[in-house]
Structures are given as structure tokens and as C-alpha cells.
Design a protein around this ligand. Sequence first.
Ligand SMILES: NC(=O)c1ccc[n+]([C@@H]2O[C@H](COP(=O)([O-])OP(=O)(O)OC[C@H]3O[C@@H](n4cnc5c(N)ncnc54)[C@H](OP(=O)(O)O)[C@@H]3O)[C@@H](O)[C@H]2O)c1
Length: 289
Amino acid sequence: MKIAKETTMKKNLIIGGVAAIAAAVITKSNIEKSRAIRRDFVKTRHKVLIVGATSAIAQETAKRFAEEGNDLFLVARNEANLNAVADDLRARGANKVETAVLDLNELSEHTGLLEQVTQSLGGLDIALIAHGTLGDQEASQSDFDIARQELKTNFLSIVSLLTLIANQFEAQKSGVIAVVSSVAGDRGRGSNYVYGAAKAGVTTFLQGLRNRLSKAGVTVITIKPGFVDTPMTAHIEKGPLFVGPDVIATGIYQAILNKQDVVYLPVFWFGIMSVIRHIPEGIFKRLSL
Ligand SMILES: NC(=O)c1ccc[n+]([C@@H]2O[C@H](COP(=O)([O-])OP(=O)(O)OC[C@H]3O[C@@H](n4cnc5c(N)ncnc54)[C@H](OP(=O)(O)O)[C@@H]3O)[C@@H](O)[C@H]2O)c1
């Protein structure tokens, strides 16, 4: 009996040792692989379009692209803020920074905008779409014109841009599209379901687009931040789940570098939303969220 027990212990020790060595080798090779991806990404000068470039999250993300010496084209509607962002990115090392002032709800201007972007950068590799508004839910539920405006900014304007960018990237058989959606699109809540519906629409649109464009070698990334401390949430009391826009920007940059599909930022929101999505409707409707 004693000998059999000792033999089993020895076997377990050997198996444990082999597993630890294998894990170390796999981890090392993963680290080396991701270092190689980063080296290749940084070595190449990318042509990057940033829509909604004055957004706090977009500005922080743009800094990372600028610091790596990329070519940038920024679009926003506030000219003074846009110029300030562009100057900052030039100072941080961007090889080139072009700008266009546009209210993105002017959908008929989108075709001309993409032509201008492609011409002035001499092509396009990466598009980040980040504009949005967190409207007043109560106003949206009492006045459809307000709800329509919210849906236009947060859904329709993005679909319009994506239609054009997707076709261009599909034809060139390359490109990365990253769009800032939200965890708010994962489940409708009484306090912000108009915004949430727009984000759910964006998330589903991106899912379909990814399915279509993966065959052409195009990456489509859905970014789902949780609570972020930016001008958009200035009126909301801050709790422990809030993070700064720099945290989200690092996640977006990594997602683009690694050509990921869907990212929750910070990653703990994946767990939170997995629970929230699975609460039965009969219970969920009684909660005040
Ligand atoms: N903050 C959060 O907690 C949070 C969470 C999840 C997702 N998000 C998403 O993250 C993205 C960035 O938001 P943020 O947090 O960085 O907020 P932000 O700093 O308030 O940025 C929003 C940006 O959208 C621009 N914008 C709105 N409507 C526009 C229009 N019609 N045309 C052109 N630009 C327009 C704003 O321009 P102006 O400055 O000119 O108004 C502003 O630059 C949004 O899509 C938002 O829905 C934010």
C-alpha cells in the first residue's frame, strides 16, 4: 500500500513538473509572439482615420498612434478643439496630421469626407470611430425628435461611415476598423435604453460586418467600454467602476495591434455583463437600473 502511494505521489510530481515547464514554454512563446507583432506594427507607418477626434477617449488613443510616428486624419465638429488636438499630436511625433471639420450627422458629406481622407493620406489602413452623445433619456422618451437625433448620431451616422469604409477596405483586401460601442448595448435599461438601443445596433452591425469582411482579410473590432470619466459622463457621480480615458485608449490600441474582435474595457466588464445579460427578464424588469 505504502509503495503504491509513493509511486502515485512521484507520478503526480513528474506530471506537475512537466505541466509547469510546458506552461512556461507556452507563456514564453506567447510573449515572444506578441512582442514580434508589436515590433512589426510599430515598424510600419500606418494611415489612420480618427472620427470624433475631440472625444476624450479618441484623443488618448490618437496620442499612442502619434507617438509611433503614424499619419493621422482627424475629423470632429468643433474646429478650435480639433486644431488644439492636432497641434498636440504633431508635438507628440505624428508624421502627418490632417483635419476636417464636420458635423457627422451630415450624412451626405460622408462620401466626400472619405475621398478627402484617402487622397490626403495616400490610402487608409486603420479607421477608429469614436463620436457619440449620451442624451437625456427622459427627453428622448417624451419627444421622438430627440430620440431620432440620438439614434442618428449614435447609430445611423456610424452605419453610413462604416458602409463606405467597409467597401473600400473590402476592395483593397486589408484594413482595420475599430468602433467605440458600449456595454450599454448589451442589455436595455430603463435609464438609458435609447442610447443603449443605438449601441446594440452598432454592436450587431459590427458583428455582421466582421463576418462578411473577415473573408477579405479586414479586421472589425467592437470596443465596449464600461464607465469612463470623460465630458460625456461629467454629470454622473463617479463610483469605483469608473476609469480614465487613458485606460480605455491603451485597450483600444492593444486591440488594434492584436487585431481582436470584441473587447470589454476594462476587461472586468466582460464578467459584469455576462451576469447582467443572464438575469431572467422577469427579475430584470423589477430592478431600477
Ligand atoms: N464615457 C463613457 O462612460 C463611455 C462608455 C461607453 C462608451 N462610450 C463611448 O465612447 C465614445 C467617446 O465618448 P467619450 O466618453 O470620449 O465622450 P466625449 O469626450 O464627450 O466625446 C464625444 C465626442 O463625440 C463628438 N460628437 C458628438 N456628436 C457629434 C456629431 N454630430 N458630429 C461630430 N462629432 C460629434 C463630440 O464632439 P463635441 O465635443 O463637438 O460635442 C465629442 O468629441 C462615444 O461613442 C461614447 O458613446 C463612452
